[in-house]
Structures are given as C-alpha cells and as structure tokens.
Design a protein around this ligand. Structure first.
Ligand code: ZN
Length: 306
C-alpha cells in the first residue's frame, strides 16, 4: 500500500470503505489491474474535491472504526499479496531451475526434468497433508532439486517412512508415464527424460537422511543410515557431485540430533512401530528400488542424445 492510498487521518471511514472494489479488482484481468485500482475507488481521488462539505463532526464510533476499516482493508490486500507471493515462489523457483538445467540440457529437457521433480514433490505434499502434517508447496533449488517444508513432525517412524516414500513412488509413476509415451511415439528424447526421471528417484532412495530413502530407513534400522552414509561417501569419491557434500552435512546434523535423543521416551515411542509396518516399508522400499533399476535399464540409450 503506498502512502497515497492511506486514508487521511482525520477523514472518517466511509470515504475508503468498503474496500470491495479493491477485492474485485484484484481478480480482474490485466496485469496492472491491481496497482491501478486504488485511485479508482469511488469518491477517493475524484478530482478536485468540491469544497469540503461542512464536516459532520465525526461520531465517536466512526472515529474509532475508521482506522479499523483501514487496517482491515490493508490486511485483506496483504493477504492477497501473500497468496500471490507463495505461487510466485513456487513458479519462480521452478523457472529459475528450468533456466539452470537448460544451460546444460536444453530447454525442452529442462522443462521435462523440473516437471518430473514437481510430480515427485507433490507425492510428498499429498501424503503429508493426508497425514495431517501441513506441508508447503515445493520450492525448487537449481541443480539441487526441490524441497517441501513440513510444518509439523510425523507422529512416528511409520508416518515418516510413508511420506518419505510417497515422493519416489509418485516420481516413478511420472517417469514411467514418460517412458510409456516415449514408446508410443518413438521419441528418443522422452526416453532419455524417463531414464533421468528413474535415476533421480533412485538417487533419492539412498538410505541417507535427509533423502527419502533415509526416511524409509527410519522405520527399519538405524544401522542402515550408517551404511547409506558410507555408500554416499564412496559415491562422492567415484562420481563427485556438489550435491553429495551438502547431503552429508545435512544428514550428519540430522543423525546427530536423533542420536542425542535416542534414549528418551519420546524417541522410543517414535521408532516403536509394528512388525507388519516394518515389513511393509522394507518390502516397499526394495520393490521400488528394483523397479527403478529395471526402468533405468529399459530406458538406457547406448548413444548420447543430440
Ligand atoms: Zn523426495
């Protein structure tokens, strides 16, 4: 809100209230409808105000309510701006990621890649919300993928594992869809995209926190985290990637946090899940990882794409 829109301190409410035109205008088409609105608010900038009518002395109630209305109008506008900002962050971060990937793989591939990551992330979002854990929309980080922010904690390791695996499950289905379409159209380009989709989801199954596989391991056995960590270090030695050190740091901190609280009652209850749940996560994990390896094998192109 720019100062020009602010009601003069001693003009009572009716002049700026109701701010309904502001709301309607926000939804109106045209990029600048929003910014252009306030001046059109009836009676507000109506050029040269006729000599101010003899002012009725503001009643006490009006005097009190005017700032309240003004504040209400401000908050309403602020809410709309915030909502737009949220969509902007999702969309903006997606576009930045597309641009970043496009530098290396070309535009079409970058768009496909970001969309596949989006499908993966939405798997997390949908399941987290079903579990009653508010989750942000995905935010993309160029070359690092994307993340959703949990605004709450899972109730137990089962919930954590299920919401963790939901991403790779959704992402794998997305990549399989691309593969199917690639076969239907004979597109080598889409075949390569499906391959990368399978690869990304398989990478995320590495049993290291904060990756999805690490969340699945929470429902299995803590020793798996140590194995995953060692595996990741080996991977970094043979296939160095700037992402891996970051995962190692984040995962190390997370492991440390869990290690410190390991003796507590809360921790004991968190990891206490049924044997059936453990089996479900373990077999689901192995089946998914196996399917992804097969998917990669099936979509592998022996020659580079031009
Ligand atoms: Zn994920």
């Amino acid at each position: 809100m720019n100062p020009a829109e602010a009601p003069p301190p001693d003009e009572p409410g009716p002049l700026v209230w109701p701010p309904v035109s502001g709301w309607a205008g926000a939804a109106a088409p045209g990029p600048n409808a929003w910014a252009a609105l306030p001046p059109e608010t009836p009676g507000w900038t109506a050029p040269p105000q006729p000599a101010p009518p003899p002012r009725r002395p503001a009643t006490g109630l009006r005097r009190v309510l005017a700032p309240v209305f003004a504040l209400g109008a401000f908050l309403a506008k602020f809410g709309v701006v915030l909502l737009k900002l949220k969509a902007l962050i999702v969309l903006g971060s997606m576009l930045v990621s597309v641009a970043a990937y496009a530098l290396f793989y070309g535009w079409s591939f970058a768009i496909g890649l970001v969309l596949l990551i989006f499908v993966h992330e939405m798997g997390h979002v949908v399941v987290l919300r079903r579990q009653g854990i508010p989750a942000s929309a995905p935010v993309f980080l160029p070359f690092l993928g994307a993340f959703v922010k949990m605004r709450g904690t899972p109730r137990d390791a089962w919930q954590e594992a299920v919401s963790g695996l939901a991403g790779p499950v959704a992402g794998s289905i997305g990549a399989a869809g691309v593969w199917w379409y690639a076969d239907a159209t004979g597109s080598q380009f889409l075949r390569a995209l499906a391959f990368v989709g399978f690869l990304i989801n398989l990478f995320n199954l590495l049993p290291v926190l904060p990756l999805d596989g690490g969340r699945a391991a929470a429902a299995l056995h803590p020793a798996i985290w140590a194995v995953g960590l060692a595996g990741l270090i080996v991977l970094e030695v043979y296939h160095p990637s700037p992402v891996i050190p970051l995962i190692l740091v984040l995962g190390g901190l997370e492991l440390w946090r869990r290690w410190k609280s390991r003796g507590t009652e809360a921790s004991r209850r968190y990891y206490q899940i049924t044997r059936a749940q453990r089996w479900a996560i373990g077999s689901g994990y192995i089946a998914l990882a196996g399917a992804l390896v097969l998917g990669m094998h099936a979509t592998y192109l022996a020659r580079p794409l031009h």
